[in-house]
Design a protein around this ligand. Structure first.
Ligand code: SAM
Length: 290
């Protein structure tokens, strides 16, 4: 028996619903690449993800891409009383309905594209997003949530490990980039644990990891997020270039900008700390406003 098999699980096997593998077979839910589907059947793992997002009882919990409902069931089992799931694959709807009937009033199912849903309308704060994200839209979804991060208490997200490493990366590393700066300016970010590819059906090509982002209570300096996004895009868009060249697309005098922000003209994006980018944004916006 593999360490990832359903039989090794403890409590969740007793949630009264059929085993996930039976659910998949009954509803013919073969995983489809176009939906970025890699399903988790390991109830130890789904339970671990749900517990990492605890407490769930008093939160508006939002799950993107429930698929056949492994993580959904774990979230409900671990206390979620107000869980909304958004799933794009219509084949999953009957299964999700079955789970909803099993937990009356606790599960709300949206049949649609998470990229088009304003998740802040789904219930009051505290809001927690928990998801094993589809790899094809995961980063795009995260960037959208970051731009309104004060609306959330936490994001607990499964990504490909490479993306998780970008979230927590430090300056002067290959993984450090725009996503690192935006995430770390706004949130305390941790990789909670890695998940081997064999835990998924079908197994993806690479290892995954669960990341947690918790908005910082105090960010120190408040800056315009759109400006930070624009500046990091310019800087890391041409990461091998010196900043005096890469920032030319900004609508200000770059020499003056870098001097005022006390940043050497010949530095490259990956050498700047998050605090450097914050200062750069502040000076940029002051210059643009004057
Ligand atoms: N949560 C399930 C699990 O852990 O086994 C499935 C995770 S699978 C990696 C990603 C899920 O997201 C799939 O069920 C897929 O159909 C769904 N999905 C893909 N793109 C989506 C989108 N734009 N909006 C909502 N759901 C999406």
């Amino acid at each position: 028996m593999s360490e990832h098999s359903e039989q090794t699980t403890g409590k969740l096997a007793n949630d009264g619903l059929p085993p996930l593998r039976d659910v998949i077979a009954t509803h013919d839910l073969s995983a489809q690449k176009k939906f970025g589907q890699n399903f988790l059947f390991d109830l130890n793992l789904t339970g671990r993800i749900a517990r990492a997002a605890a407490p769930l009882e008093d939160a508006t919990v939002i799950e993107i891409g429930p698929g056949p409902g492994g993580l959904t069931r774990a979230l409900l089992f671990h206390g979620a009383k107000n869980l909304t799931v958004i799933e794009r694959d219509p084949r999953c709807q009957p299964v999700l309905e079955q789970i909803s009937n099993h937990y009356p009033g606790a599960l709300h199912v949206i049949d649609g594209d998470a990229l088009e849903v304003d998740v802040t309308t789904l219930g009051p704060t505290p809001r927690k997003i928990v998801a094993n994200l589809p790899y094809n839209v995961g980063t795009q979804l995260l960037l959208g949530w970051l731009m309104q991060i004060d609306q959330f208490a936490s994001l607990t997200l499964m990504f490909q490990k490479e993306v998780a490493e970008r979230v927590v990366a430090r300056p002067k590393t290959k993984a450090y980039g725009r996503l690192s700066v935006l995430c770390q300016y706004l949130c305390d970010c941790d990789i909670l644990f890695d998940v081997h590819r064999s835990a998924f059906t079908p197994p993806p090509k690479v290892t995954s990891a669960v990341v947690q982002l918790r908005p910082k209570a105090e960010r120190g300096t408040d800056i315009n997020l759109d400006s930070l996004a624009k500046i990091t895009q310019a800087a890391f868009g041409q990461r091998r270039k010196m900043l005096r060249a890469s920032l030319k697309t900004l609508n200000v005098n770059v020499g003056e900008l870098l001097a005022k922000a006390d940043i050497t003209e010949t530095s490259r994006a990956e050498e700047l700390s998050v605090a450097d980018f914050v200062r750069l944004t502040q000076v940029h916006d002051e210059m643009a406003a004057s």
